[in-house]
Design a protein around this ligand. Structure first.
Ligand SMILES: [Zn+2]
Length: 431
């Protein structure tokens, strides 16, 4: 386990400092995608085309790029308490897109920044961002640049238009536009601290109180018999609670976790946050007890098994870890992070059949979501020239082109010329 964490830390250090790091996590992505889907439909974006990305940054921010990629910051997710408010934020950002405010902005954004924003996150879900919180500053240096461009580059008029369009989109999607009121109240609570910290350009941004009274007016213009029939279901609300708890457990220090989720809070979300925080601080036995308790109350939640797999792995209990991940995969389909985690443990356990299964899992994960860590695990699983090819892909994704070329050349020296890995190595060399 130590080896593994050291590896992850190296990976994080290896990222160019201007790259914002994105978080890949099946549970978070699933619930957020579900919550924004009605807005996509209302904005005439075809099914499945609006992608949600989670940016690891404490900024209270979100933006839409290229009309189909929504970037939501962890600083916003951990603070926004209702899914309706989150939908309002995304509706507002889509409002900028529909209002044509984005066209100018993407020109302002350099190609390089776009590329680094799109660098895939590392690691197994949130495991990648555990560890030393001081890492954040360097890794995320660039993300505040993006935040400034997105949050501050709009004029007062553009913000008002985006709010108006956002309310209309919420109504068209049959969601609850009062989410806007939630989010502005939330913003008012943090505005003091935020505004003193942020670039003075922010003064051009409309005041939250102004925006609050404007959306109140817009909401009053809706039909008096308007019913938000598509508003999040109780199930979605509790899934959103769990997703927030997961982020808090991973991102915040134990004291902050204890303040937000005190021991007197026995909700699943609170137990989840505490179990994760305990795992993060190395208290694996208590983390395990908490997770087993969650599982016994919720035997069908795949992500509690995923957490158990992470904990058992760190305890060195490979068999239990494999069983937990297998159970998690049985309960969810298309979960590339969980497939990669299982493959990693299998390449370490190496019972008969483990390596074959690990390769199969990596290939499946790569089909849906190519991640550097998956290539890294695949390289461990192969024992021939394909390992060099997988390393080449890993370095290629990490933006280390010299290393990528070196491994691609090495792969080509030993692989048959008609093999897919030989050809893919050639693609890297020609890149
Ligand atoms: Zn805006």
């Amino acid at each position: 386990m130590r080896k593994f964490f050291i590896f992850l830390l190296c990976v994080i250090f290896a990222l160019p400092t201007y790259a914002a790091s994105l978080i890949n996590d099946t549970e978070l992505e699933r619930i957020l995608t579900e919550l924004v889907a009605p807005l996509a439909t209302a904005a005439d974006i075809p099914d499945g085309r609006l992608n949600v990305h989670i940016v690891n940054s404490d900024d209270f921010n979100a933006f839409v790029m290229g009309g189909e990629d929504v970037y939501i910051y962890t600083g916003l997710l951990t603070q926004i308490k209702s899914p309706d408010a989150l939908q309002a934020v995304v509706a507002h950002e889509l409002g900028h897109t529909l209002g044509g405010h984005m066209a100018q902005m993407s020109q302002r954004m350099s190609a390089e920044m776009t590329r680094t924003m799109l660098i895939q996150a590392l690691g197994i879900g949130l495991m990648a961002i555990g560890g030393d919180p001081s890492l954040g500053a360097g890794v995320l240096a660039g993300s505040s640049g993006v935040a400034q461009q997105s949050m501050l580059a709009f004029t007062r008029d553009e913000e008002r238009i985006a709010d108006d369009m956002g309310v209309k989109l919420m109504a068209r999607a049959k969601l609850d536009p009062n989410g806007f009121i939630d989010v502005f109240r939330q913003m008012e609570n943090i505005t003091g601290a935020l505004e003193s910290r942020i670039n003075p350009n922010r003064i051009n941004h409309p005041l939250t109180s102004e925006r609050l009274s404007n959306v109140r007016e817009q909401i009053q213009k809706l039909d008096s018999d308007y019913v938000p029939t598509n508003a999040p279901t109780p199930q979605q609300r509790s899934e959103y609670e769990l997703a927030r708890a997961k982020l808090v457990g991973y991102l915040y220090n134990p004291d902050r976790v204890a303040t937000l989720y005190p021991n007197t809070d026995t909700s699943d979300a609170a137990q989840y946050a505490r179990a994760i925080a305990r795992m993060q601080s190395g208290n694996l036995d208590d983390a395990r007890v908490g997770t087993l308790n969650l599982i016994s109350n919720n035997p069908d939640n795949p992500y509690f098994y995923e957490l158990l797999g992470d904990i058992e792995y760190q305890l060195g209990h490979y068999d239990d870890s494999v069983d937990a991940y297998e159970q998690s995969l049985k309960l969810t389909d298309n979960a590339p992070q969980i497939e990669t985690a299982l493959a990693l443990v299998l390449t370490e356990r190496r019972k008969p059949g483990d390596v074959t299964r690990a390769i199969e899992l990596c290939k499946r994960a790569l089909l849906t979501s190519p991640m550097p860590l998956t290539y890294w695990v695949l390289a461990r699983a192969y024992d021939d020239g394909r390992a060099d090819w997988a390393r080449a892909e890993y370095y290629h994704m990490m933006g280390k082109d010299d290393m990528a070329r070196e491994y691609a050349r090495r792969a080509q020296r030993s692989l048959p010329h008609d093999s897919p890995e030989y050809i893919k190595s050639g693609d890297i060399l020609n890149n």
